[in-house]
Design a protein around this ligand. Structure first.
Ligand SMILES: [Zn+2]
Length: 180
């Protein structure tokens, strides 16, 4: 394993294996009354960050799955005394839904080389749907990254549909959200 060497993208089967895991995390989000998005950050075959949406629980609109996972990677770097720049430059993000504009910008600033995602995010997508943050010519905002969509997209969409169906009934949203 050549840590510090050039980033080498994982094989397709490996990518599918990680996406399976990300989908499992998205299901957990659904069970907890959150928008079902799950993700993981993999560095040299090791999961350093495993995040799911936590916006409702934390009442913090920025706690998207990617942000949760990024914080875990930073914590891992602190504990292991690793160079975070080197780590992020060799980390792949697997996420069930196309990262939004905010998250795509954060990933760019961290110089992540590759994002593998499931379905598109038509309302907020930052990897092509609304804006194309990974490919934009933004000189002072990190590095462009590669993004590949379409992995297990149908399942990712199904989870979102289930969530929005359950959240929509007659009561106002704030009352439907969990209150335990
Ligand atoms: Zn986001």
């Amino acid at each position: 394993m050549d840590e510090g060497g050039r980033f080498r993208p994982p094989e397709r089967e490996e990518q599918e294996r990680w996406m399976e895991r990300a989908l499992g995390t998205a299901k957990e989000a659904l069970e907890n009354g959150e928008v079902p998005v799950g993700c993981l950050m993999v560095y040299h075959n090791e999961i350093l960050g495993l995040g799911r949406n936590e916006v409702n629980e934390t009442k913090n609109a920025t706690r998207h799955a990617e942000m949760v996972a990024i914080d875990q990677v930073l914590e891992w770097c602190r504990q292991k005394d690793k160079d975070r720049e080197e780590v992020f430059e060799h980390t792949v993000l697997y996420v069930t839904v196309e990262p939004c504009i905010m998250c795509a910008a954060a990933l760019r600033l961290l110089n992540i080389p590759l994002v593998v995602y499931g379905c598109q995010n038509e309302r907020f997508g930052g990897c092509g749907s609304v804006l194309n943050i990974p490919a934009d010519d933004l000189k002072h905002s990190g590095a462009p990254f590669q993004s590949i969509g379409g992995y297990r997209a149908e399942e990712a969409v199904e989870l979102l549909k289930t969530f929005y169906k359950a959240e929509n009934p007659n009561a106002p949203k704030s009352k439907v959200r969990k209150k335990q």
